[in-house]
Design a protein around this ligand. Structure first.
Ligand code: HEM
Length: 358
């Protein structure tokens, strides 16, 4: 075994074939363009490999606590890789728009839009076909080769990580435990908090009557939003409109984990949810950075894949998110001091205790 043969370097390093050289008009920056895209695809491969592990852990009927730590670790690795992918755009931007023009026309109709691995990452994280932005009146996979389209369809037919996390959260113990119903305890804590805030506004010495009315109306609005999460019928309505994607049970459990994350039994779950938010946010950041890079490289030209370029890509940063629901939970957080205390038996079952035996 030696370095070059283990890494298959002769094969790897002979795979950078510049189209401009083949056409007899070498464009220096095309090498950078190829190397950057190939390294992206290698990292996409690693992200999918980490998703294999995470999804195998979340795929079963029970997620063992001992395995949860490995899933968190793999998810945190994905975040680090994504950060690297965002950073790689700095290297690509050392290519100026005029240098790009030297070989851009040779790429048509090829585009990163046709990256099968990128689409697999999106699908496996939980992005659904019906929530994708319209693209030139065709489906997002229309320009991919037949076998790639088949792979994507097969991936869409399997549970995504978001589906698996939803099922896992829905099984969270403690949320409803004997006489303890988190939903009821939380609702009364919120009622208390809101009526306290309303009393403060009504009695405020420096607010005018009109200002008080605005503030009180805003608190009423918060109340209605809380109902959206705590009330079955209202939640079902909002979910049907696309405002929520997770099930109500799952989101309520996620809220519980966020609020009681100091309890040892909630630690790993909290780290997993945080890692999922980091994955989602860093991917959105990449989308944003890529869109800005595209606007600098192309201005208002359409993309080689035929999209509106910047406008389309910019919009995906907002819309193509799989874990928006977890971000929305911040709306419902309350200060630690107002948290309903957990009943003693629930608290004890969420803690580890080591007793010294005589
Ligand atoms: C000069 C550099 C680049 C330019 C000008 C560029 C341009 C574009 C444009 C205009 C699109 C929209 C589709 C289209 O009309 O073609 C797009 C999509 C895309 N590009 Fe790039 N790109 C560049 C570099 C990269 C790199 C290095 C990657 C890494 C793999 C990449 C990955 C993607 C992906 C995954 C999409 C699909 C995004 C989505 O639909 O959400 N691009 N690119």
């Amino acid at each position: 075994m030696d370095y070059a043969s283990y890494l298959r370097l002769p094969q790897l390093l002979s795979n950078q074939q510049m189209e401009s050289v083949k056409q007899g008009s070498p464009a220096h920056d095309e090498m950078l363009f190829i190397v950057i895209h190939q390294t992206y695809e290698l990292w996409f491969k690693q992200v999918l490999f980490e998703l294999d592990l995470i999804q195998s852990i979340f795929g079963g009927p029970v997620v063992d606590d001992a395995d949860l730590g490995r899933a968190v670790h793999a998810a945190e690795r994905i975040v680090k890789i994504e950060q690297l992918l965002v950073g790689q755009i700095d290297v690509l931007e050392t290519m100026t728009p005029m240098d790009f023009l030297e070989f851009r026309n040779l790429l048509i109709p090829g585009s990163g839009f046709q990256s099968e691995q990128f689409r697999l990452i999106e699908i496996r994280l939980g992005l659904k076909r019906e929530t994708r932005l319209a693209f030139n009146d065709t489906s997002f996979d229309a320009s991919l080769p037949e076998d790639a389209r088949r792979h994507l369809l097969a991936a869409e037919g399997r549970p995504s990580l978001r589906d698996q996390v939803d099922a896992w959260l829905s099984r969270t113990p403690f949320v409803e435990s004997g006489a303890f119903q988190f939903r009821d305890a939380y609702r009364s804590a919120l009622d208390k908090l809101l009526s306290h805030d309303m009393d403060l506004i009504r009695a405020h010495p420096h607010l005018s009557a009109a200002e008080k009315e605005v503030q009180l109306a805003s608190l009423q609005k918060s109340r209605a939003m809380f109902d959206g999460l705590l009330d079955d019928a209202r939640y079902a309505e909002l979910r049907a409109q696309g405002a929520w994607t997770f099930s109500r049970r799952a989101l309520q459990a996620a809220l519980f984990i966020f609020l009681y994350r100091d309890e040892p039994a909630a630690h790993a779950g909290f780290r997993m949810l945080k890692a999922l938010m980091d994955i989602d946010e860093t991917l959105a950041l990449w989308r944003m950075r890529h869109a800005l890079m595209v606007s600098r490289m192309l201005g208002r030209k359409v993309g080689t894949g035929g999209s509106s370029g910047y406008d389309y890509l910019r919009a995906t940063a907002d819309k193509h998110r799989a874990y928006n629901d977890l971000f929305a939970i911040a709306t419902f957080l309350i200060p630690r001091s107002a948290l309903p205390p957990l009943p003693e038996e629930v608290r004890q079952s969420m803690r580890y205790r080591y007793e010294q035996r005589p």
